[in-house]
Design a protein around this ligand. Sequence first.
Ligand SMILES: NC(=O)C1=CN([C@@H]2O[C@H](COP(=O)(O)OP(=O)(O)OC[C@H]3O[C@@H](n4cnc5c(N)ncnc54)[C@H](OP(=O)(O)O)[C@@H]3O)[C@@H](O)[C@H]2O)C=CC1
Ligand SMILES: O=CC(=O)O
Length: 326
Amino acid sequence: MSRPKVFVARQIPAEGLERILAACDADVWPDRLPPSPDALREKVRDCDGLVSLLTDKVDAALLAAAPRLKVVSNFAVGFNNVDVPACTARGIAVGNTPGVLTDATADIAVTLLLAAARRLGESAADAKAGRWLTWEPLGWLGRDLGGQTLGIVGMGRIGFATAKRLHHGWGMKVLYTARAPKPDADRELGARQVDLDTLLAESDFVSVHADLNPTTKGLFNEARFAAMKPTAVFVNTSRGPLVDQVALADALRKGVIFAAGLDVTDPEPLPYDHELFQLPNCVIAPHIASATVATRDAMARLCVDNLLAGLSGKRLPNCVNPDVYK
Ligand SMILES: NC(=O)C1=CN([C@@H]2O[C@H](COP(=O)(O)OP(=O)(O)OC[C@H]3O[C@@H](n4cnc5c(N)ncnc54)[C@H](OP(=O)(O)O)[C@@H]3O)[C@@H](O)[C@H]2O)C=CC1
Ligand SMILES: O=CC(=O)O
């Protein structure tokens, strides 16, 4: 029997790649930069399976070019790069990698929150550039976390893990928005579900963890930043398009909010001359929240489990479109 044909859209950790190569006829994109849409379409033409990354758009045009495709295994928990309804309509199962990156991502949310609150990016840059003149009582004053109010927008896995760290570690009070109540968060953290207006008005720190979907796209606009405290710190580790970046830059420049920490932007990479990079009260990481050795290994395991299950006609262990089995 012939082996399934698979395109792997980038190098992934070796353990995962070895399992794919052992079971499939696999073509692995060798470059550091992603394949262009045209190259991706060409590569999947006769493939049964695709390992995609969040930088690869899996849309109707791609699916039309891949008549044999049975499974798309996304190497990420977020799957906004995949047109899931189009995959379902074609009977293509879509997999993602939830859970194994929750802790690493929550760690970066807390890191950015601290860095923004304590002006770490700005002060470290000043020190490196020769602007560390002396110890100053009024130099680089930031904001304390202890006992402050944290607003979690999207109390899913990563939102909960972030809230746990900040509640248990810094005694923060937790407010959250969610589409359904989260009894675990209420019980374990004494968290309170509120509407977004209340969260923005009452929170000292706002951390965004909702996935990118039609209800969250552009959620953080001029009015939402204006509704926050002038002392507020805003953190986004979810997806760039949840934020209107012109409005964010304005809010940071005018002191509408105190500071921001971002792991995600729109576009990615953010051009190095973008205004957000020029603002001293904005800390930007290049989408590194899941970037630990152990986390990327674990993501590779889940991703390959999904791929191999889909190729053999089995239910994916982590399937984002279970309707495909109806
Ligand atoms: N920076 C990085 O490297 C990483 C980024 N991410 C991003 O983080 C996101 C979250 O991941 P994860 O926590 O595992 O996913 P989850 O699905 O567990 O959490 C997302 C939560 O957002 C909620 N939500 C969706 N829309 C809204 C809304 N309009 N208002 C309030 N809440 C809403 C969902 O509610 P409901 O329960 O009702 O669906 C869900 O609870 C990913 O989708 C991805 O975009 C993830 C990993 C790494
Ligand atoms: O952004 C990363 C993800 O896994 O989603």
